[in-house]
Ligand binder design. Structure first.
Ligand SMILES: *Cc1c(COP(=O)(O)O)cnc(C)c1O
Length: 229
């Protein structure tokens, strides 16, 4: 078994254990393998071990890797910060975008999504940690942004995403994930259809699953430590 296949198995076991602890079915959590900075060969090794969904944070790198693995019927998620001059490539190549934090970006993606492709699946990114430097809309802006995104053509609003401050303490890890889950519940009560909570990375996936994550975004635990950006 390749190292990547073994790591993948270990991550799936962590997800299954975390699900068992909170009485959730392991099928309720999808694993997104974050392949940023790793070459297409690593993606192919993970795909050979059964992994279908991959996440990329840099547009050019992601598009090149997607082209290099195009025979494999993989599902690509854009998870990085997105500038308006890069939206077209994302709209044309990716299946999902996790980091919508401004209406302008969503409007461009909607206008640029090719008609022959299924709607682009999107999550609104919320900054639940409260630091001004972090990307993501403020929690009190999320309702307006979600309603506006949900009304756009060619996009399908799936849910919320967050990247909290890293912490080694499980209780501290759970707090922002809990806030995101509660925010999603409020938005559902306000009439929005949201089935996705994209939260949890290599160091905090257990906390995220305990708080209801439906997609965990895992890079390091599958592919190893990143040496470049
Ligand atoms: C890089 C990245 C991840 C993966 O982080 P790891 O700690 O390597 O698991 C998850 N989400 C986003 C948005 C990222 O940029």
């Amino acid at each position: 078994m390749s190292a990547i296949a073994a790591n993948l198995q270990a991550v799936l076991a962590r997800i299954a254990d975390a699900c068992a602890l909170s009485g959730r079915s392991p099928e309720s959590v999808r694993l997104l393998a974050v392949s940023k900075t790793w070459p297409a060969d690593c993606v192919l090794a993970a795909a050979a071990a059964g992994q279908r969904a991959f996440g990329e944070s840099y547009v050019q790198e992601g598009v090149a890797k997607l082209a290099a693995t195009s025979g494999d019927d993989l599902e690509w998620h854009f998870i990085g910060p997105l500038q308006s001059n890069k939206t077209r490539a994302v709209a044309e190549h990716f299946a999902w975008v996790h980091g919508i934090d401004r209406l302008k970006i969503a409007e461009r993606l909607a206008a640029q999504r090719p008609a022959h492709l299924p709607p682009l699946q999107v999550c609104v990114q919320v900054n639940v940690s409260g630091e001004a430097s972090k990307s993501g809309c403020r929690p009190d802006e999320a309702a307006a942004l979600c309603h506006a995104v949900a009304a756009l053509p060619r996009l399908r609003l799936r849910g919320l995403m967050t990247i909290p401050e890293p912490s080694d303490d499980v209780a501290a890890q759970r707090a922002p994930f809990c806030r995101l889950r509660e925010l999603a519940e409020q938005l559902r009560a306000a009439g929005l259809t949201l089935d996705t909570l994209s939260m949890g990375m290599s160091h905090d996936l257990e906390a995220a699953v305990a708080e209801g994550a439906t997609i965990v975004r895992i890079g390091t635990a599958i592919f190893g430590e990143r040496h470049t950006l």
